[in-house]
Design a protein around this ligand. Structure first.
Ligand code: ZN
Length: 207
């Protein structure tokens, strides 16, 4: 099962990806994780990424594409994958078509006001990257590794609005690009309520 997951930051896309990964036995691949992992490596691609990041520049499409392409060739992707955060542009989507045949594109939809509310209560473990909501974790301590949680700059209210604008601008053309191939799901309910229709849809697709 080769799945592309689209959705705004804070839409619950990551949580949905974890559930799909668990039940359908495919790895969740996020470009954020790929970038965090590659800067610890020593390869021509890794050095290129480090150079770009050190200079404060934006990682160009070709580099992101190369990173994803390499990742999808690994053994654990033989049965499929869930791409989370890629493609982000039509250019990336077209490149992906060339090196992998995706089965479906899931679009997680949620109103901006709810996203802003949810994201500003999000806290991240700087050690293991686990994500919590302040509502479920008032102590702000990671339940997995006991590290004090932080609010990532990305989750601060002033940057959220900007991120949502960037997302809208990039994703609108992507939605057009995928058109009929999109499976849309609302994440206004609980994570489980969001997952159920997706699960049913994927089970049918798999059969
Ligand atoms: Zn942790």
């Amino acid at each position: 099962m080769k799945i592309v997951l689209l959705g705004a930051p804070g839409s619950g896309k990551g949580t949905l990806a974890k559930k799909i990964s668990r039940d359908f036995g495919v790895p969740q691949i996020s470009t954020g994780d790929l970038f965090r992992a590659i800067v610890k490596e020593d390869s021509p691609l890794a050095n290129k990424v480090k150079e770009i990041m050190a200079s404060g520049g934006l990682v160009p499409d070709e580099v992101t594409i190369e990173l994803v392409k390499e990742r999808l060739q690994k053994e654990d992707c033989k049965r499929g994958y869930i791409l989370d955060g890629f493609p982000r542009t039509v250019n990336q989507a077209k490149a992906l078509e060339k090196f992998s045949k995706i089965d479906t594109v899931i679009l997680v939809e949620l109103a901006s006001e709810i996203i802003i509310e949810r994201l500003s209560s999000r806290r991240t473990c700087p050690n293991c990257n686990e994500i919590y909501s302040l509502e479920d974790n008032k102590e702000e301590i990671c339940k997995k590794c006991n590290t004090h949680l932080i609010q990532r700059d990305d989750d601060k209210p002033e940057t959220i609005k900007h991120r949502l604008e960037v997302y809208e601008n990039n994703t609108a053309p992507l939605i057009n690009f995928y058109g009929e191939r999109l499976f849309k799901v609302s994440s206004a309910g609980s994570p489980e309520e969001t997952y159920q229709p997706v699960k049913t849809f994927l089970e049918k697709l798999e059969a």
